[in-house]
Design a protein around this ligand. Structure first.
Ligand SMILES: Cc1cc2nc3c(=O)[nH]c(=O)nc-3n(C[C@H](O)[C@H](O)[C@H](O)COP(=O)(O)OP(=O)(O)OC[C@H]3O[C@@H](n4cnc5c(N)ncnc54)[C@H](O)[C@@H]3O)c2cc1C
Length: 219
């Protein structure tokens, strides 16, 4: 089933990140953490679907998507031209990410989006039990940095791979980093980001004692 939904609001979160708020179809039931195939409701674009995580909470009466516009992105460049009142086409929600209890969230870039939905759905005291590790190339690319710091009660590490900055980690996450920053591997791990990063992280977490069934990701 597909739904045509009107855009209610577009906000630029940074130079190349847009937050798009849309109508929510009646009876559109998703679980915070899921994504859907989305296209633009224009003749030449409606079959060009891409998966996007839903970043609003399943309790909201609207939908929200946070979309990174790539300079060479065939489809995201088109999202850059959208305005209030234009329409999107959205498929049924899908995906394996959902909240299973306290744990460590590890995200890369727009991989934070399903977690934003989960965070919005959790109450404050549950939220504070969780820990976030968020990787980006530069500080400018971090999505909703101050909100995330507040929501995680500063229980968050931000890592930059292409910029050295006071207050931020630098480089990539490896075994040593995980050992140093996580003292219990028998807990939930929520992973979302580039497939290569997730595949490698999953392997490393298992080597450190994490349980396969407690690693929640799309892979
Ligand atoms: C389950 C799932 C959920 C997703 N959720 C979101 C989301 O919430 N928000 C969001 O913005 N995107 C999300 N994506 C990615 C999205 O679906 C598109 O693949 C992406 O936006 C690129 O689309 P495009 O057609 O514009 O780029 P394409 O035309 O496919 O790519 C053109 C160029 O853009 C650059 N590029 C494209 N994708 C990436 C990337 N992932 N990392 C680095 N460079 C890249 C490369 O330079 C590439 O050569 C998700 C993907 C999956 C699989």
């Amino acid at each position: 089933m597909e739904y045509i939904i009107k855009i209610l609001e577009i906000e630029s979160l940074s130079e190349n990140i847009k937050k798009i708020k849309t109508e929510k179809p009646k009876n559109y039931n998703f679980v915070s953490g899921q994504h859907a195939l989305v296209s633009i409701n224009k003749l030449e674009l409606k079959y060009k679907k891409r998966p996007f995580s839903i970043s609003s909470s399943d309790k909201d009466d609207f939908l929200e998507f946070i979309i990174k516009i790539y300079a060479e992105g065939k489809i995201t460049q088109q999202f850059n031209n959208l305005k209030k009142g234009d329409a999107l086409i959205i498929g049924e929600p899908k995906g394996k990410i959902s909240y299973n209890g306290k744990g460590v969230f590890i995200a890369g870039g727009t991989g934070i989006n399903p977690f934003i939905s989960i965070i919005k759905y959790l109450n404050k005291s549950e939220m504070k039990k969780n820990f976030l590790i968020y990787l980006n190339k530069t500080q400018k690319e971090i999505i909703l940095e101050s909100e995330l710091k507040k929501l995680f009660d500063n229980n968050a590490i931000f890592i930059l791979s292409r910029e050295k900055k006071v207050g931020y980690g630098y480089g990539h996450i490896d075994k040593n980093f995980l050992k140093k920053n996580i003292n219990n591997f028998n807990q939930n791990f929520y992973l979302c980001g580039p497939f290569k990063m997730i595949r490698e992280l999953k392997q490393t977490l298992i080597e450190l004692g994490a349980k396969q069934e407690k690693i929640i990701s799309e892979i």
